[in-house]
Design a protein around this ligand. Sequence first.
Ligand SMILES: *Cc1c(COP(=O)(O)O)cnc(C)c1O
Length: 386
Amino acid sequence: MFPDFAEQLRLREQQGLRRFRQVVESPQATHITIEGCDYLAFSSNDYLGLANHPDLIKSACEGAQEYGVGAGASHLIHGHSAFHHQLEMALAEFTGFPRALLFSAGYMANIGAVTALAGREDALFADKLNHASLNDAALLSRAQFIRYPHLDMAALERRLAASDARRKLVISDAVFSMEGDIAPVQALLALCEKYHALLLLDDAHGFGVLGQQGKGSLSVLAEQERHPPNLLYMATLGKAAGVCGAFVAAQADVIETLIQSARSYIYTTATPSLLSRALLTSLELIEREEWRRNMLARNIAQLRQELQSLRWTLLPSMTPIQPLLIGESHEAVRISQQLRERGLLVPAIRPPTVPQNTARLRISLSAAHAPQDIQRLTQALQDLAA
Ligand SMILES: *Cc1c(COP(=O)(O)O)cnc(C)c1O
């Protein structure tokens, strides 16, 4: 029997779980136009305000003029252009690893890296709140998939100690996308060293945002500790970097292994070179313009300060992801809707994306938000809570 799609969709709708896309009619920015209406958005991962930066647009145009639009082939078959190559070298330099490998998306990078490094004989150890792409990668790898409670290093250690798998790979978000909290990078690395495990750290939300020059979540480590042989550092280029794509940085043998075996790298067309050209410019801005991170920090501090005595509480987070805990799903959706009526976009996140009874508004801040933007949001929330 074919599944009854219409019936399933109706059911979803009844439960309030059907999702709808909205057509955006402006560039990504703090102020966006959706279906003719203007909104102030707190829903973007464009943390540094680079997605519509004139220098990136100019670089993309120049890239198109030099190398056209389509890459034409995969990286292993003549699709790997000089811009891709330059960007990989710049990313290696930026992160301090010997090599970096470009993927067309973070989803693809995680699928490729995990499945290339772990198979039937191996074991994967994963934080319960990891991003969906890491979970999907784990299932696709056919390795034993062992999850541990969020940030619980003692639980991870017990599981590592009990495993006799051929190879062990620990996979974790560095900044958790629905919580905004940060993985204990130092403790993770120490455990991985002790139990001879590899560590894949997904810094989708930390790259460009955390640390001096936006070097990301590894900045908590001393310079000489940031590049151990068992570490793979992954980050996306569609969030703070404002463009598209992702990369994995690691030791040369690891990267060479990915080139040989990461199927989501091998069996797909290379991204347009013009994106790599734009990303080279983005990387320069990330490194040079510390003021963007300072603005972001100021916005985070202002939001937290102004919501201090609200009846809903902000989860503890030092990152641009500031979840406001509401609890009940319908209430979270209702508040999100009421904000929208006031021209403010803040998505409600419900189970199963987050644990039961922890429905929340996920406020995403950007360096491009002005103090009065933050104030408009906090004032609206005060009014709605009254
Ligand atoms: C967004 C995200 C990804 C996927 O990256 P894309 O480039 O958007 O495919 C992977 N991991 C985490 C933690 C993310 O937040």
